[in-house]
Design a protein around this ligand. Structure first.
Ligand code: NAG
Length: 182
């Protein structure tokens, strides 16, 4: 349908031979129509991969140990079903380049490093560190990874931890999210 529109545009251009017709404007229109079609095809195929999950409560430092996986228990978005709320693992549904984000907050003389791990290998590390002071310290990471279908990415407790708790409540949320670049 859109293709025939494009053909009609093109033939009008050829038939009229109108030199004043702005070629680049016409190309822009065609490109825009094509990308709209591609976008709606992706939507129709339910093909997007994107997830967002967060903790519904604070994480007590006493309840975590080195390399323990963080399990973000509230799943807000999970297109493609890559995120597993039981384990906290994201499993790549297909090959591609993916973007992951984490957000972590330590509270009142607490601290914890958070690792982003692919198939057991550390890829990124952040450190929410309010170890020497009251109030909060926030740490976030943005990590771009090339994944093969079946690769697993998750977050876990890193080398350092101490104090009372990490915060996820009505002031801030500990979250883990990601999506595949189209
Ligand atoms: C979660 O990922 C870890 C690390 O890759 C793996 O050892 C574990 O088996 C996975 N768990 C599930 C339920 O997939």
């Amino acid at each position: 349908m859109l293709r025939s529109f494009a053909l009609v545009f093109l033939s009008l251009f050829v038939v009229s031979g109108d030199e004043s017709c702005d070629r680049s404007e016409m190309e822009n229109t065609i490109c825009s129509l094509c990308s709209q079609r591609r976008g709606s095809e992706l939507l129709e195929a339910g093909h997007q991969i994107a997830f967002f999950a967060y903790m519904t409560q604070n994480v007590q430092i006493s309840s975590i140990s080195k390399h323990m996986a963080f399990v973000y228990d509230r799943v807000e978005t999970n297109h493609g079903n890559g995120y597993d709320v039981q384990s906290g693992n994201f499993t790549a549904p297909e090959n591609g380049v993916y973007v992951f984000h984490t957000s972590s907050t330590s509270y009142d003389k607490s601290y914890c490093s958070v690792e982003v791990v692919k198939n057991g290998q550390i890829k990124d590390i952040t450190f929410a560190d309010s170890g020497q002071h009251d109030d909060r310290a926030m740490a976030s990471s943005l990590t771009i990874l090339s994944l093969t279908k079946g690769d697993i990415v998750h977050t876990r407790v890193g080398e350092a931890r101490g104090g009372s708790h990490l915060e996820s409540n009505r002031y801030t949320r500990m979250s883990f999210s990601g999506f595949k670049l189209a």
